[in-house]
Ligand binder design. Structure first.
Ligand SMILES: Cc1cc2nc3c(=O)[nH]c(=O)nc-3n(C[C@H](O)[C@H](O)[C@H](O)COP(=O)(O)OP(=O)(O)OC[C@H]3O[C@@H](n4cnc5c(N)ncnc54)[C@H](O)[C@@H]3O)c2cc1C
Length: 102
């Protein structure tokens, strides 16, 4: 997460280009966030930053409109309304975690 050219610059998520090319995906951005936060704290306190190895493979659920979606896992893909429902449940569950009124 530390820039190879500017060591005082850290990045994660879509704005970062990693040595190993990865798709720009919320899956990676969400998991990188806490590590980035810890690394910023570490550097400010003079500790060594943690290394971070993104998972090799991630499940991608991509909405294709009309309440349909595709599920991609490596070279495999499957689509349909049930995938959209699955994705919708996951997305709503994720957003609910930030609901401060609950
Ligand atoms: C249409 C669409 C659908 C997607 N669907 C999925 C999906 O189903 N699953 C999935 O995993 N990923 C999905 N993605 C990808 C996912 O949205 C991104 O990978 C993820 O949001 C990246 O998170 P991030 O925090 O790096 O960047 P972002 O979520 O883009 O956050 C960056 C934030 O910085 C703010 N910002 C920009 N410039 C400034 C500035 N100068 N000052 C202050 N703030 C600024 C922006 O307003 C934004 O809020 C989708 C992307 C798109 C476009």
């Amino acid at each position: 997460m530390q820039s190879v050219s500017h060591p005082r610059v850290f990045a994660a998520g879509d704005v970062a280009a990693y040595a190993t090319a990865m798709p720009k995906s919320g899956v990676y951005a969400v998991k990188a966030g806490p590590v980035l936060a810890e690394n910023l704290r570490a550097v400010c306190e003079g500790r060594a930053p943690l290394s971070w190895t993104p998972q090799q493979r991630a499940l991608h659920l991509i909405s294709t409109g009309n309440l349909n979606a595709l599920a991609l896992w490596g070279r495999w893909s499957i689509g349909g309304g049930w995938v959209w429902n699955w994705k919708d449940r996951i997305d709503r569950g994720f957003i609910r975690r930030f609901d401060t009124d609950a």
